[in-house]
Design a protein around this ligand. Sequence first.
Ligand code: 8Y7
Length: 280
Amino acid sequence: MQTSLDCAGRILDITRPSVMGVLNVTPDSFSDGGRYTTLNKALEHAREMISQGAGIIDVGGESTRPNAQLVSENEEIDRVVPVIEALSVESDVIVSIDTSSARVMKAAVQAGAGIINDVRALSRPGALEAAVECGVPVVLMHSLVEQPVQGFVPEYNDVMESVVEYLVERVKVCELAGIAKEKIILDPGFGGGMFGKTPAYDLALVKRFAELHSLGMPVLAGVSRKSFIGSVLGNGADERLAGSLAVALMLAQAGAQIVRVHDVKETVDMLAMLEAVAAA
Ligand code: 8Y7
């Protein structure tokens, strides 16, 4: 496998795990929610995560929460583009765009994004062609859920086998369309409720995570604060830091190249300890 990814000219070293910080650019219901406030709060949060060691900032303008309000493409673009432009100019961080929309992908990459992160694995109309045109690395995430709806869970006989089968198929489709394998990042799509997995499926995917490397592509994992951790610990999303770090450590030990997290500082510290022991 390659040792780095070229993300629109910014190089991501994949010989050691990188931290992707989650940046939601959605109007805050507690403040006035104006354009300027939303932009500045997002930039403040991004700067904090960059100073804590995030190598990638994942910018999303549409909530993936179950039953969330649908956001128009124009609104999504108006939210994310100013943030991506500002970050690309003031920092050398790699920005990824969390979207399934072709128009948003193009606008985001034009604004400086270096990775496309699509939880629908380029399945929406025009997304595949847009990703080819953009030319940046893409995250293909497994999910059989088109629109996140709490409670819908497909049944899997062997969840890891199904995930691998689906990703192999999506990689084929990408390669046929003109996206080189060297530009593809795989993701099993952890998440009960949102991405159609029960806690039991999520735990099995953690346990067998290393199997994803059989495809020969870098792998990303997003487990931060997710509900399967809450279902084990019996706690709410804001109490899942220890559980999230524990699972992220297991995934890093199983070879995950990128971990997508809310708590950047704690994850960076955890990975530094892992690396120190590995080098001892
Ligand atoms: C994931 C993700 C979310 C994930 C990738 C959340 C946008 C839900 N989860 N993208 N996005 N992988 N690639 O809890 O697991 O953060 S949203």
